[in-house]
Design a protein around this ligand. Structure first.
Ligand SMILES: Cc1cc2nc3c(=O)[nH]c(=O)nc-3n(C[C@H](O)[C@H](O)[C@H](O)COP(=O)(O)OP(=O)(O)OC[C@H]3O[C@@H](n4cnc5c(N)ncnc54)[C@H](O)[C@@H]3O)c2cc1C
Length: 399
């Protein structure tokens, strides 16, 4: 049996979980992404692995029917959530109905894993974006058995994971709800761990408290925090080397460059994301605290949203306004992100010499360098330095 090509495989694991002969195992590639490998001696050519593979045939998608700006009213939850805290609002409703929720949490070694929660306490570690490819493990059969029992299930995660799960389930259950986000790509777990090694030289992993979207000091935005011997460090998205590699799409899974899930036809019932640029369109929110964009794509999604309205501040919005600043492409045109020409070399250097060497060679372009210099400058000199930089830039432009 031939599985999907590595360039389009998202690593959802549907093939492995569906195989009746356990002939498929997931093997980590050099970039740390699990990829299926088939043992031809065990394979009975039943073809199930191909049937459930979303990279061979995508599950049915649905057009967006409504768009909102949204924020959870619970301020404590909002503080710990990446943007508007929608994930918690929907999870609460599922628990009220006696259901289970699946989301992504770190394990003790900072592997991003899809896991199950049966109450509000258990969803706490799922809050917050982990900007790393996450492993759905063998959750699909478990989800199927809950659905067969009649328990409501909410799956939140990457759209490509959900696509694998939907293909694995092979039917649309009334008690199955899905909530995915606009996804800018999922970075390499190997690269992330190489980066973490630069931090754990000074602070042990179990005390690192790495947070890719800490709102505590500056509110919503991308502020990456972690412990250092001198206290809590706070990087900006350009300043933080790992986030920068994600932002510039250097370390994403290969399938992300031609991702078919970033369009206005969606695989999930509900879509959430950061509502970047919300200030231009909605001044009724406390924007600094984080506002989500929310898309409703199915009747089930609409029904779930109606039942959590009392937990949310909600304003109808235009999908075009959301798309302006987000990973959501409108219209028919398909978009392929170019794979950075140095991507393979980046991983090569990472393997041979570690994160710092790869960062120095490939992630220090001029604009990031400027930001790094500015961030290292004491606040009282920053204004002068900014002025000097702009004079130098202007002179450069004028020849
Ligand atoms: C890899 C990645 C890329 C993203 N790219 C974009 C983007 O380009 N534009 C945008 O608007 N939003 C993006 N998001 C989503 C955004 O960061 C927020 O997660 C979203 O706005 C929801 O915020 P919230 O406050 O409602 O949820 P929170 O309460 O913060 O909950 C986070 C939710 O995301 C899930 N989650 C976190 N990390 C992962 C992971 N690695 N894999 C699977 N599920 C995970 C959790 O299970 C939970 O359901 C991305 C998220 C991730 C993880």
């Amino acid at each position: 049996m031939v599985l999907a090509d590595r360039s389009v495989c998202t690593g959802c694991g549907a093939c492995m979980q569906a195989c009746p002969k356990q002939a498929i195992r997931m093997e980590e590639d050099r970039e740390g992404f699990p990829t299926p490998a088939i043992s031809q001696e065990l394979c009975v050519e039943c073809g199930l692995c191909q049937k459930v593979c979303p990279a061979i045939q995508m599950p049915q998608t649905r057009p967006v029917s409504a768009a909102y700006a949204a924020q959870i009213l619970d301020r404590e939850v909002l503080k710990d959530s990446t943007s508007g805290g929608l994930f918690t609002a929907f999870s609460r409703e599922i628990f009220k109905r006696g259901g289970v929720c699946y989301g992504c949490a770190w394990d003790q070694e900072y592997h991003a894993l899809v896991c199950k929660a049966e109450n509000e306490e258990e969803i706490k570690p799922m809050r917050g974006s982990k900007y790393v490819w996450s492993w759905a493990g063998d959750t699909f059969p478990e989800i199927k058995s809950y659905l067969e029992e009649g328990r409501p299930v909410l799956f939140t995660g990457l759209p490509c994971q959900l696509a694998g799960l939907r293909k694995y389930l092979r039917k649309d259950y009334d008690n199955f709800f899905s909530l995915c986000f606009f996804c800018g790509g999922s970075p390499s777990p190997f690269a992330f761990h190489e980066y973490l090694k630069t931090l754990t030289k000074k602070v042990p992993l179990d005390q690192l408290k790495f947070n890719a979207r800490d709102k505590e000091k500056y509110g919503v935005g991308v502020h990456i925090t972690y412990q250092t011997p001198k206290g809590k460090a706070c990087d900006t998205y350009l300043g933080n080397a790992f986030y920068y590699s994600f932002y510039t799409k250097v370390v994403n899974r290969r399938s992300c460059y031609q991702c078919p899930y970033r369009y206005e036809h969606r695989v999930e019932d509900l879509t959430m994301g950061d509502y970047w640029g919300v200030r231009q369109f909605h001044d009724e929110f406390d924007i600094k605290a984080g506002v989500s964009a929310l898309l409703v794509n199915t009747e089930k999604g609409r029904e779930l949203l109606d039942s959590v309205r009392d937990q949310l501040q909600l304003s109808p919005t235009e999908i075009a306004n959301i798309a302006k600043a987000n990973n959501l492409t409108l219209g028919e045109q398909k978009k392929i992100y170019p794979i950075p020409a140095f991507r393979d070399d980046f991983f090569e250097v990472l393997h041979r010499k570690g994160w710092k060497a790869a960062e120095r060679k490939y992630l220090l372009d001029k604009s990031r360098l400027m930001v790094l210099i500015l961030e290292k400058t004491p606040p009282r000199y920053r204004k002068t330095l900014r002025r000097m930089i702009s004079i130098v830039r202007r002179k450069g432009r004028n020849g």
